[in-house]
Write a protein that binds this ligand. Structure first.
Ligand code: NOJ
Length: 584
């Protein structure tokens, strides 16, 4: 971890999910019919909230705003150079970019280039015939046949969204690879012409319009092992298996990233953050070592996957604080002593809400503040997700499966029902699965942003496509803006402190002091030399009181707490109490 200050290292990044942020245009959307039953947000809405955002963040990460059938909420792109009509136009996007820059903010876009939508012109050509010039832009394989002559996919790889990762196309009697939904064919990165087209259409098109970089979707998946062998069997009860390292961190992945850097991103002052998920420290460093020139930083999933099987989040067994500490340690320490850089995040559009996951409903604001202290004192570039700053929560447990709209959740539920639907104890099994879905499903982060207590939470003047969380009357921006004790104002204060003490918070070394304690999480952030002040962070992650101890010597100066003076007790921490000291 080097301390060469750079805007993208110091930055707080705020992620906007355009479909649920805010609708600026009044009235019902009257454009082309699409999958949304109800209103989405739009670019005009985002522009109207830039002053609100400028008070919180330096960089906006805009989740996909492109033309898309939205089978996977814009991560299935029909054209990289067009905007979803509901969101606005290329001109609106230009206004958004310019208005961000006027306020001293940067804006990065989502770069989804492992796959396109099956409606993309490239795929339409590719599937049209075996000898189409773009046939090889995607990954096509011949079927296999079993002893009885039944047609089978080319190998046993499973999709991240359940079932086989291969889709049969009768027109040419071949299968195409699609690691996600059947409408998301994987691009063939082995083809140089394809890579060039991606660089021009998906990247340079937007960089030349002023976009400041990219969050790179599924950045570890482009290089597939080229003889496409079967994957090892991890889940014997399933027909298809996680493809693991046959698709993730594959043999040519660093060649591809290096080329992308050399040919595109190094020519701009661009920030790049790649979604990689899981990999060894050695592998992670290859992606983000400054001297190698690939990406600036990556998202690893150790923290957000805590308690889950890393190949299947719904196989969830719970976790204790030690597991969380272990995950944070990996995240904060992997760049230690190197020229690499990393990220801090606990929420995004693929994760549940952090208060529900790591905090407590009874201590809604207090545990939200604890999580704010936690996130703003960790090493790396900080990412927060829309609504995190006001403590939005998961959807109510009593919402039935019909309220969930994410393809990942729906496919998983349907596969489960196909498998166990006839079992005598299905109702019981289903309730257990619904508990996990309610805790971990991506839908939890995809309800409309709660702006005020008016109808639809101030998100739109007509019914939104995704139901509003019924707690919007208590949890909303308007209520928190002028309340000095609100979570929103605590976030703003904590983000300022993060900047003020950035050598410790953003760039400092991280050391856990109470690894075996299952109630409290105590760590110091420090510079390498022993004489400099340290940040001492102690967080009670439990519903019980905990003993407070000064585990290092020195003069303690309290700089942040989430309790009032009259609740403060030098000897003990109340439930979800957190403190940050500077120790001299
Ligand atoms: C990761 C994205 O964050 C997720 O939302 C999407 O479903 C997959 N990549 C596929 O693009």
């Amino acid at each position: 971890m080097t301390k060469d200050y750079t805007w993208w290292k110091d930055a707080t990044v705020y992620q906007i999910y355009p479909s649920t942020f805010i609708k600026g245009k009044k009235g019902k959307f009257e454009g082309p019919k699409d999958v949304f039953d109800g209103e989405t947000g739009d670019l005009k809405g985002i522009i109207s909230k830039l002053d609100y955002l400028a008070d919180i963040t330096d960089v906006i990460w805009l989740s996909p705003h492109y033309l898309s059938p939205n089978n996977d909420m814009g991560y299935d792109i029909e054209s990289y150079e067009k905007i979803l009509p509901r969101y606005g136009s290329v001109e609106d996007m230009q206004t958004l970019i310019d208005e961000c820059h006027k306020r001293g903010m940067k804006i990065i876009c989502d770069l989804v280039i492992n796959h396109t939508s099956d409606l993309h012109d490239w795929f339409k050509e590719s599937r049209s015939s075996l000898d189409n010039p773009k046939r090889d832009w995607y990954i096509w394989k011949k079927p296999k046949y079993d002893d009885k002559g039944n047609r089978k996919p080319p190998n046993n790889w499973g999709s991240y969204f359940s079932g086989s990762a291969w889709e049969y196309d009768s027109k040419t009697d071949e299968y195409y690879l699609r690691l996600f939904d059947k409408s998301q064919p994987d691009l063939n990165w082995e083809n140089e012409e394809t890579r060039k087209a991606i660089y021009d259409s998906a990247m340079k098109f937007w960089l030349d319009r002023g976009v400041d970089g990219f969050r790179i979707d599924t950045a570890g998946l482009y290089s597939k092992v080229q003889d496409f062998p079967d994957a090892p069997v991890l889940f014997p009860e399933d027909d298809y298996q996680p493809s693991g390292n046959l698709t993730l961190n594959g043999p040519r992945i660093h060649f591809f990233h290096k080329e992308m850097y050399d040919q595109v991103t190094s020519n701009y002052d661009a920030m790049t953050v790649g979604e990689v998920g899981h990999c060894s420290r050695e592998e992670a460093l290859k992606y983000v070592s400054a001297s190698r020139g690939e990406m600036n930083m990556i998202f690893l999933f150790d923290t957000v996957d805590v308690g889950s099987d890393k190949n299947d989040r719904f196989r969830y067994n719970g976790f204790d604080l030690k597991d969380l500490k272990e995950a944070i340690k990996t995240q904060c320490e992997f760049t230690e002593g190197t020229d690499a850089w990393s990220t801090v995040f606990i929420e995004n559009h693929d994760q549940p809400r952090c208060i529900t996951r790591f905090g407590d409903k009874k201590y809604q604001t207090k545990s939200g503040k604890l999580l704010a202290m936690f996130q703003t004192t960790l090493t790396g570039t900080l990412f927060i997700y829309q609504g995190q700053e006001i403590g939005m929560t998961n959807v109510p447990r009593d919402w039935p499966i019909e309220e969930y709209q994410d393809v990942n959740t729906i496919n998983y539920y349907n596969q489960f029902k196909d498998k166990y639907g006839k079992d005598a104890d299905f109702a019981e099994k289903e309730q257990k699965l619904m508990d996990i879905i309610n805790l971990l499903a991506r839908d939890n982060a995809r309800t409309p942003m709660q702006w005020d207590d008016s109808e639809n939470a101030g998100f739109s003047d007509h019914r939104p496509w995704s139901k509003v969380n019924p707690n919007y009357k208590e949890i909303n921006v308007a209520k928190q803006l002028n309340d000095p004790n609100s979570l929103l104002n605590f976030y703003k204060k904590s983000l300022k402190l993060r900047k003020k003490y950035k050598d410790l918070s953003i760039y400092g070394s991280f050391e856990i002091l109470d690894f075996d304690n299952k109630q409290t999480f105590t760590y110091v952030k420090s510079l390498k030399d022993a004489k400099s002040p340290k940040a001492y962070v102690v967080l009670n992650f439990s519903k019980d009181n905990a003993k407070f101890e000064r585990l290092i010597d020195g003069q303690y100066e309290l700089i942040s707490t989430n309790v009032d003076k009259d609740e403060f007790d030098e000897e003990k921490l109340s439930p979800f109490e957190g403190r940050i000291y500077i120790v001299n």
